[in-house]
Design a binder for this molecule. Structure first.
Ligand SMILES: Cc1cc2nc3c(=O)[nH]c(=O)nc-3n(C[C@H](O)[C@H](O)[C@H](O)COP(=O)(O)OP(=O)(O)OC[C@H]3O[C@@H](n4cnc5c(N)ncnc54)[C@H](O)[C@@H]3O)c2cc1C
Ligand SMILES: NC(=O)c1ccc[n+]([C@@H]2O[C@H](COP(=O)([O-])OP(=O)(O)OC[C@H]3O[C@@H](n4cnc5c(N)ncnc54)[C@H](OP(=O)(O)O)[C@@H]3O)[C@@H](O)[C@H]2O)c1
Length: 426
């Protein structure tokens, strides 16, 4: 008997169930999209479980972004449903302010994700009509497996779940520090260094600018082409202006107008090595998901020569990089601002709704609902405003079924109750 107690004591999970049936949907990911979906479901009266691999909400913002980051779209396009940003927030909230807003959002709607729980696989069981979602729960060095069984699965793991690490010849022989932009916090520790920034998206541009501001010397690799637009045009957000124009004009025309306006404000960016793609910025975003750069000062540093624009990389060697034009640069460190990707194909066993690239096959506004209770929030290539729109549609869809079923259940319960009463009279 004593031995049995000792055995139970050692294995505290002995009596813990290894699976549970969830009343309502499972939301995978506690980023802005998962939180928005949860808040909207709460309003519909639908219970849910949120599962998050990190130990906090909005882990991308809390752990994988640099200090100087600000939202690059005006706040009205970034707030989540049902709770606006505080009035005293600036037009472009800082990363810290955005995180504080998200923390208060989760508190306001009483959203309590299950942290340190990473979804390993999810598959629909045709026989039972339920999703089976397997997770690994981490607690210190301890790892345990768990399974959720549910009718609805909301995928909210984000477009930027994993960082893209390029495979470039000789990178392992470089010898200096190599980090991805998701691990870059500030240029402070690169002071006085020659840094190669690989990539010229919003991350590459902003990291290069930050390095300049900390007295480092960045060289930024532009291997193909990029649309740079000013963040604001004539005192109005460029994004807002584009949205406004799209209400009346076709996309191709808005693209043309944006490029003319950008040329008037920024001049010809090609002469600084920033060749423009042949497709317009909005069309490129819609078709390829490639985001235009909204300039917040990097272009000025490129013009002044503080940021050195260089072409693609041929190979690395010890302390050096050779470029495709044959030029060789001595460098101390490398920041890979080479982007991110979705991780959905690594865990979701489904290929009808989601494509191989981890995005829904159907484009916005049709990519939020699949079959058999499968939903996607935050894969619209439209940033936070896309997350909000998905969350509202999903919650309304599930909420309608939930309410109807509850009504039927109540009717059946009352009928059964009445039958019991009338029987008991005999
Ligand atoms: C540097 C940077 C700046 C940006 N700035 C803006 C901006 O200004 N405006 C804008 O609209 N958009 C911006 N974006 C886009 C950004 O993707 C969205 O703002 C927002 O974070 C998307 O929210 P999400 O919840 O869909 O994804 P995420 O914020 O990535 O959240 C997904 C969550 O899912 C969790 N997760 C992933 N896989 C699993 C798993 N298998 N099991 C459990 N949990 C998992 C992750 O840990 C994460 O917490 C920026 C992106 C980056 C990288
Ligand atoms: N302030 C903000 O709000 C802010 C800041 C940063 C990021 N973001 C957002 O975060 C998302 C990700 O942005 P991101 O800039 O990290 O990624 P990104 O837009 O995908 O850009 C990746 C860059 O890396 C380049 N690249 C990839 N592999 C390469 C290689 N092997 N050699 C040379 N170049 C290579 C790409 O070049 P090609 O084009 O040739 O492929 C591209 O220039 C975007 O939605 C962006 O808007 C927002």
């Amino acid at each position: 008997m004593e031995n049995l107690f000792r055995l139970v004591d050692q294995d505290q999970d002995f009596f813990q169930p290894k699976w549970t049936l969830v009343n309502g949907p499972i939301i995978v990911g506690a980023g802005p999209s998962g939180l928005a979906a949860a808040a909207c479901l709460k309003e519909q009266g639908v219970p849910f479980v949120v599962v998050e691999r990190a130990d906090c909400i909005a882990s991308l913002w809390q752990k994988r972004t640099y200090d100087r980051l600000k939202l690059h779209l005006p706040k009205q396009f970034c707030q989540l449903p049902k709770l606006p940003f505080p009035e005293d927030y600036p037009d472009y909230p800082t990363k810290r302010q955005f995180i504080e807003y998200l923390e208060s959002y989760a508190k306001h709607f009483d959203i309590n994700p299950k942290f340190n729980e990473c979804v390993q696989s999810a598959r629909y069981d045709e026989t039972s009509g339920f999703w089976r979602v397997k997770t690994v729960v981490s607690s210190g060095s301890n790892k345990t497996e768990f399974e959720y069984v549910c009718r609805w699965l909301i995928v909210a793991t984000g477009e930027n779940a994993e960082s893209v690490m390029p495979d470039i010849e000789g990178l392992s022989e470089f010898g200096g520090e190599i980090i991805h932009a998701c691990d870059y916090k500030s240029g402070e520790k690169f002071k006085g260094q020659k840094v190669l920034v690989v990539g010229c998206g919003n991350s590459g541009m902003e990291v290069s600018l930050d390095l300049c501001n900390h007295n480092a010397s960045p060289s930024m690799v532009v291997r193909s082409s990029v649309h740079v637009l000013p963040r604001e045009l004539f005192g109005k957000s460029t994004f807002e202006l584009a949205i406004l124009m799209m209400k009346w004009l076709p996309l191709w025309l808005v693209d043309k107008l944006m490029l003319i306006l950008a040329w008037l404000v920024l001049g010809n960016t090609e002469k600084y090595g920033l060749k423009r793609p042949t497709t317009g910025p909005l069309e490129l975003k819609n078709t390829k998901g490639k985001t235009p750069v909204l300039d917040i000062g990097a272009l000025e540093k490129i013009r002044s020569g503080d940021i050195n624009v260089v072409p693609g990389i041929k190979r690395f060697s010890h302390g050096q990089v050779e470029l495709v034009n044959g030029e060789k640069l001595e460098i101390d460190s490398v920041v890979l601002a080479t982007g991110y990707r979705s991780n959905v194909p690594s865990w979701l066993q489904e290929d009808e709704f989601f494509a191989k690239n981890g995005y829904p096959k159907a484009q916005f506004p049709h990519g939020w609902k699949g079959k058999a209770g499968l939903y996607a929030a935050g894969f619209t290539r439209r940033g936070l405003s896309g997350s909000s729109s998905d969350a509202m549609r999903i919650a309304l869809d599930i909420g309608t079924v939930w309410k109807e079923e509850n009504k039927q259940l109540k009717k059946r319960t009352i009928a059964r109750h009445r039958r019991c009463i009338s029987l008991s009279q005999f």
